[in-house]
Design a protein around this ligand. Structure first.
Ligand SMILES: CCCCCCCCCCCCCCCC(=O)SCCNC(=O)CCNC(=O)[C@H](O)C(C)(C)COP(=O)(O)OP(=O)(O)OC[C@H]1O[C@@H](n2cnc3c(N)ncnc32)[C@H](O)[C@@H]1OP(=O)(O)O
Length: 170
């Protein structure tokens, strides 16, 4: 059965009060864009917008999985959810002032996520030990159903190390 269908033109990725867009954190990182939320993200795969929750600084996203993200018929591919959680866990460190890269990521898939759903992603730093940060996160339905959850080890780098990587591209 064909999985493509006409794509909705406008998908509402807005969030309630108490959040601000996370985009400002990209500005001083020389990174330019998010892998998944950037302008080049596949429009029929994933659409994503990141926010910072004002109350606790946690990273929150609103994400839509489209027909291009299919794994099981009509439902999101596990790799697509793992990619969202990878970026969420890493970004939760970045917005807290820790420039990190991923060293380990463990993802548990708890419930199938129907394509076309707009879900919420949350990520936060559970523990920090020197350069080692241990963030956690999950993808939730609006009724609280947990689709997937992840924990990881992310290693803090110096800003200079990231700048050097970016400078090599210029
Ligand atoms: C729109 C708005 C969005 C929001 C606004 C925020 C912006 C947000 C942008 C985010 C996006 C940017 C960044 C992309 C993030 C990737 O996509 S990362 C890509 C995937 N990851 C990689 O490619 C990393 C590859 N690995 C490496 O480069 C190196 O192995 C590492 C991780 C840097 C570590 O190397 P190192 O600095 O030499 O450190 P090293 O001394 O080996 O290890 C330090 C400690 O970590 C431990 N360790 C290191 N690696 C591992 C491992 N794999 N497993 C277990 N332990 C490990 C070591 O055992 C050591 O432990 P201790 O002995 O201190 O107890």
């Amino acid at each position: 059965m064909a999985v493509t269908s006409s794509l909705p033109q406008d998908i509402d990725l807005s969030i309630g009060p108490g959040h601000r867009p996370a985009d400002e954190h990209l500005a001083h990182l020389k990174l330019g864009r998010s892998f998944l939320a950037g302008p080049h993200a596949g429009e029929d795969i994933i659409r994503l917008r990141w926010y910072v929750r004002e109350s606790d600084g946690a990273l929150v996203g609103r994400v839509w999985f489209g027909p291009g993200a299919q794994g099981p018929p009509g439902h999101a591919h596990g790799g697509s959810m793992a990619a969202v959680l990878d970026e969420a866990l890493g970004s939760s460190c970045w917005v807290a002032g820790h420039p990190v890269v991923a060293a380990e990521l463990t993802t548990s898939f708890r419930a199938m996520l129907p394509l076309g759903t707009v879900a919420t992603v949350e990520a936060w730093i559970e523990k920090a030990d020197g350069r080692k940060l241990y963030p956690k996160g999950h993808i939730l339905a609006d009724d609280g159903t947990v689709y997937a959850e992840a924990s990881g080890l992310f290693i803090e780098m110096t800003s200079e190390a990231f700048d050097a990587l970016a400078d090599r591209l210029e």
